[in-house]
Write a protein that binds this ligand. Structure first.
Ligand code: SF4
Length: 463
């Protein structure tokens, strides 16, 4: 006899029908009756582990992660039409430098849309055309770009409502989704509870999770097999890290090197357990015990963190475990796999090169909640170069004004931010880059405004 799992509240970040995915068991089976094919869950002795549950869901006939051949070409055409830029193409073709009337623009050699984001948006476009007569939801912003998300809303894609509680935990309300609906999972992925719930509901799932994010989830599976706690370098309330943590049995999220040092110090010298639990109350698996769960660790990361910091955190834990257990025992207490995404790495490397170009200022274009974009801003800030982070061209002007997000996350306004001449008295040298969720067209819109401001400023000088 089959029945649905009993209900109890999941422990992290979900608020849909009080669904507890951990009750899903090995005894479930799939029926294949054409469109009505769905997973049926049964009460059984042996619960599925998280990897098995994910695999089962991904094998469902209603789970699509490759897109739709019949709408692919049309979606590609739309992407090019809406997001590409002739100006940036010209910049790339002229050694990433363009001079216009006393303003020299230097474009980072790697910038903008990464292939994971491009793929996710293309899949969403394909899904909209493939299921033209169906209601389509997305469980989160598809990517961290306000204009792209607005574009999806204009196409009739609904965003699952979410609220943030007083502890900063995010809760989604999936109750409005019907079995006949289509649900898109964004590039950052979705939690295992969400995936299980949607699979159980029987709706069509279009998974745009970036393969680099899935690679991190695979690393967590390896940690579990090695009986290690996953140390995740990331922000505990970032969508990707919430999803990633949901695939780990035992985990601790550290946001930076300073938090990693605190944990390593605890591993070596012990400390105030209550203070530890308080500090990481939102950033650890249920029932986490630092005395029991830090004997063996594996490193994973949110794909968009600073690569140098992730590497330093990995080294720190490795050294700590070596000190505690000795070099011959290290392999039993520490595992690491390289899970830093290439696109993040390339954009950070290109930014490090750009800041060496004797610049007067830097413009960074990208969503204000985009982690990879804010790390590009940090690199410029650390070099002492004035840096302006905008999410859309509308932040620039009218006149020589700008509204931007500073390195501390505060919205600032500046007048006369674009100088008339460079610091050496000649051309103004403006560095430009954009985050992995930013289409080229949006950077072009920003540059068009900047060229206009500069031309007006020059004409004032001339008068
Ligand atoms: S930044 Fe990396 S992990 Fe994130 S979507 Fe792009 S390719 Fe994927």
């Amino acid at each position: 006899m089959f029945c649905f799992p009993s209900l109890s509240r999941p422990h992290i970040g979900t608020n849909f029908a009080d669904f507890d995915a951990s009750k899903v068991t090995l005894a479930h089976r799939r029926r294949s009756h054409g469109a009505s094919s769905r997973t049926v869950y049964a009460v059984a002795e042996r619960p599925l582990d998280k990897k098995q549950r994910r695999r089962e869901i991904m094998q469902s006939e209603k789970f699509n992660r490759r897109g739709f051949a019949s709408t692919k070409e049309e979606a590609q055409g739309l992407m090019v039409g809406e997001f590409s830029s002739e100006l940036l193409k010209a910049l790339r073709e002229s050694a990433y430098t363009l001079e216009r009337d006393g303003l020299t623009v230097l474009l980072a050699k790697a910038y903008g849309f990464c292939w994971g984001v491009e793929r996710a948006v293309a899949l969403a476009f394909e899904a909209r055309r493939q299921f033209a007569d169906k209601r389509i939801w997305i469980t989160n912003e598809i990517i961290h770009n306000p204009k792209v998300n607005t574009r999806l809303k204009e196409m009739g894609i609904f965003f699952v409502p979410e609220h943030v509680d007083e502890r900063g935990m995010r809760h989604k309300d999936l109750s409005g989704i019907e079995p006949s609906d289509v649900v898109i999972l964004p590039a950052f992925g979705a939690t295992l509870d969400e995936m299980t719930y949607l699979d159980r509901l029987g709706c069509q799932i279009v998974d745009t999770t970036c393969p680099w994010v899935s690679k991190v989830w695979n690393a967590l599976d390896k940690h579990q097999r090695a009986r290690c706690t996953s140390i995740i370098h990331g922000k505990w309330n970032h969508e990707e890290t919430i999803a990633t943590a949901s695939f780990a049995e035992t985990y601790l999220i550290v946001k930076d090197l300073e938090e990693a040092e605190y944990v390593c110090n605890y591993i070596l010298h012990g400390g105030d357990k209550e203070a530890f639990l308080n500090r990481f109350q939102n950033a650890m698996s249920a029932g986490f015990d630092p005395e029991r769960d830090l004997n063996a660790v594996g490193i994973a990361n949110q794909t968009t963190m600073m690569k140098n910091e992730t590497a330093a955190i990995g080294k720190l834990f490795e050294k700590t475990m070596m000190r505690k257990f000795g070099p011959t025992e290290l392999s039993k207490h520490f595992v690491a796999f390289n899970t830093i995404c290439d696109a993040t790495q390339e954009r950070q490397d290109a930014m490090l090169e750009l800041v060496e170009q004797d610049l007067d200022l830097i413009l960074v274009v990208g969503g204000f909640n985009s982690s990879n974009t804010s790390h590009l801003v940090e690199i410029a800030h650390q070099r002492g170069i004035p840096v302006y982070h905008v999410d859309t061209a509308e932040r620039i002007g009218p006149g020589n004004r700008i509204e931007y997000r500073d390195v501390h996350g505060q919205i600032q306004r500046a007048e006369y931010w674009l100088p008339k001449t460079g610091k050496h008295g000649g051309h103004v040298r403006l560095g430009v880059t954009s985050g992995a969720s930013t289409p080229d067209r949006y950077v072009e819109e920003c540059l068009d405004r900047i060229f206009l401001i500069h031309a007006l400023a020059k004409s004032e000088v001339a008068v």
